[in-house]
Design a protein around this ligand. Sequence first.
Ligand code: GDD
Ligand code: MN
Length: 386
Amino acid sequence: MRRWFAVQLSIIVPTYNEAPNVGELVRRVAAATEGIDAEIVFVDDSSDATPDEVVRVAASAPLPVRLIHRARRRGGLGGAVLEGLEAAEADACLVMDGDLQHPPEEIPALWQRFRRGDVDVVVASRYVGGGTSGGLADRTRVLVSKASTGLTRAMFPIRLKDVSDPMTGFFLIDRRTVDTETLTPRGFKILLEILARRSLRVAEVPFDFATRHAGESKASVRQGVHFLTQLTALRFGKMSLFAVIGGLGALVNLAIMWGLTHAGVDYLVAAIIAAETTIIGNFLLQERFVFQDMTGAASGVWSRFAKSFAFNNAEALIRIPIIALMVETWHFSAVVAAAITLVFAFVLRFVFHSLVVYAPQRVGEVSPARHFLDELDAQAMSPGEL
Ligand code: GDD
Ligand code: MN
């Protein structure tokens, strides 16, 4: 057994029901890291026998093998990687899948590149000279992977200029360059999140994406939706997602109005039903996709709903007399007046939701004004520059 202290390289393996792969993975990693003081940290969310298997294999492994079994699957794969980075012994952290699609035999290549000391991250890429993506399950996955990689690179042309494969889950990073506090991992694409938020020095090495050793993939359409919201939020900040949901809500509102009035419902009753339905629908979508990373620290869901509901109703009530005022006394056209109030209402609604509805419960010692500005900045501005 190698020494437990002075670990040079921590290998972080997120696992979700990978029991049949653990033994083979540890065996091949151990063989590949001969001569490197490495440890393996499994960050596990499994409901199968994976944790028992890790403990069993660890007992006879030639390198330290640790298990972090999480009670809650917070942040999914991305959340697991972050926990691994925090728990690692070494600052040099290599992240790889637990299903052997990332060949352990490539570890020395990543390690040697990293040891040159001129970069913060070494990315194992499927799309750089010599790399392949043969292990992707089928033509659809290949297409989805290529299209999303292209889209992502187009959206971050500067941050990702040296990165051909920002969606890979196989990379070696100096964890001191990762601001774990501000990352909000969602689903699978943790590397993208890291690279989009900060400008890091990146090198790539090619690798062949293999087929799964055993078990099945956890990728899903749900992960795809996660990815798209993550991309939008990273690029444009929360405000744009908020706007997209608001816009969808407006369309649904009109559709309900149309349906109800055609069914003979009085237009005022129809307007009220449409407005309230949209307010509730928007709240649920925003909980799920815009402010999901803030619900943990905020007040309870009913309290959030009450604030949001009250705000939106008050806003609708106040907007109408303001439009009247603008039309009657300032002679705006009704449409222009409505448009101006809608834009104001939108900004106000966003500010109110991010600073009041989803406010963390304890503010600490910072002055309220400073806190307000910091929060507004953090919420509204996009994290990366072009
Ligand atoms: N702890 C934890 N929690 N691990 C998870 C979770 C989770 O919720 N979901 C998936 N994993 C683990 C799996 O057990 C596996 O070790 C690894 O994350 C990758 O999951 P797969 O189910 O094998 O996903 P994939 O093969 O479709 O995705 C791989 O390829 C993508 C590129 O196409 C991953 O490497 C991605 O990171 C990569 O982006
Ligand atoms: Mn896989």
